[in-house]
Design a protein around this ligand. Sequence first.
Ligand code: PHE
Length: 440
Amino acid sequence: MFILAAAGSAVGLGNIWRFPFIAGDNGGGAFILVYLVCIFLIGIPIMMAEVLMGREVRSSPINTLRRLVTVSKASPAWILIGWMGVVAGFFILSFYAVIAGWAMDYVLVTAQGTFEGATSATASATFNSFLESPLQLMLWQTLFMIITVWIVARGVSGGLELAIRVFMPMLFILLVVMLGYSITTGGFGEATEFMFRFEWDRMGVEGVLAAMGQAFFTLSLGMGAIMAYGAYVPSQASVPGTVTIIAMLDTVVAIAAGLVIFSIVFANGLEPGQGPGLMFITLPLAFGQMPMGTLFGTVFFVLVSFAAITSAISLIEPALAFLVEEYNAVRSRVAISLGVITWVLGLGTVFSFNVWADVHLIGERTFFDLLDYLTNNIMLPLGGLLMGLFVGWVLPRKLVSEQLQMSSAALQAWFVAVRFIAPIGVATVFVYTILRGILG
Ligand code: PHE
C-alpha cells in the first residue's frame, strides 16, 4: 500500500509534463545526466530519510519533527522544515491544479477528434487559444480542485488504492505503446541523441539547479509528502527496498515520456525548448497520426489526470494531517478550507498565461514561473538539505539504524549521502547560482 501511495505521489505531471519541458529548455543531455545523478545520490537517500522519520513517529510531518526534536534534545528550529513543507505544498498544488486542468480539458478536446491529421500549426493554435481564456482554465482548475478535495476529505484509502492499482499499470502500458510509435516516427534517433549526449555547453549553472530541483519534485521530496506517507509503512517493510522501487519506477516513466515527446519534436521539426506547452503541442500530433490515435489520446489524458490527482492528494496531506491532529478538526472541513485557499492562489497561475502574461516578477518571470522556481528550485532542495542534516547529524544513530535495518556498509554509505553528499551538493549548487546571479 505504501508503495502504491508513494508511487502515486511520485508519478505525476512532474514526469510527463515537467520533466520533458525542463529538459528541453535546458538543452537535454547534460541536464538529464545531472538529474539522474541527483536522483540516485541525493533523492534516494533523502527519500529513505523521510520514510524513516515518518515511520518512527507515525503522525503528520510537523508533529513528527516536533517529536523527533524532543527525542534528540535538539533545537525546535528544525520544526521549520515541516512548516516550509506545508507552504511549499500549497504553492505547488496551486499551479499543479491548473496544469492538471489542461490535461482534463485535453481529454475532451482529443475525444472530439480535434487532432486527427493535425499539423503542428493547428496543434499549437488549439493550445494557445485555450490558454487565452482565463475562464476555461479556471473551469478545469476548479473541477480538479473539487475532485482532489473530495477524495482527500474521505481519507486516503479505499477507492484511491484501487485507482492506483488499475490506472498506473495502464499508464505504463500506454507509454510503452507510444514509445513503440515514436520509434516509427523517424525522430527517435535524434531524440536519444538529444537526451543522452552530454554536451555541457548546452547547459549553464541554472541548468544544474533546475535538474536538482526536478529530482526533488519528481520524487515528491523535501516538503513532507513522503514523510506523511511513511507514517503508514509497516514496521517489517524494508525502507531501502521500497524506496528504490519507487525511484526506479518514477525515473522510467520520466525517461519514457521524454523519449516519446522528443521523438515527436524532432520528427516534426519542432523546437525542444518551448516551455510548459511542450507536451500539449507535441503529443496531439502523435495522436493525430497514429492508428486509433483519438482513442489512445483520450485514454492517455484520462490517465495523466488520474496520475495528477494521486500526486495532488499528497501535496495537501502534510497540512491536512497536521490541522486534523492539532485541532481535532473535522477532516472534510479542513480539506475544503485548504482547497479554497489553494484555488485562490491558483488564479495567479491561471492569469499568468493570459491577462498577466506580461507581468514580470523578479527577472523575466510570470507569477507561475516564479512559484515554480521558488518551490522546485529553492524550497524543495532546501527542505532536502535540512532533512539530510537533521537525520544525519541530529537524530540518535540508534533510532536511525533500527529503522533502516541495513548492513553496516550500506548504512555507512547512506550516512555519507545524507550527512555530506546531499547537503553539500545542494548548498554548492545554491551558492554557485547565487554568485552567478550576482556576478552575471
Ligand atoms: N512528484 C509529483 C510529480 O512528479 C509532484 C509532487 C511534488 C507531489 C511534491 C508531492 C510533493 O508530479
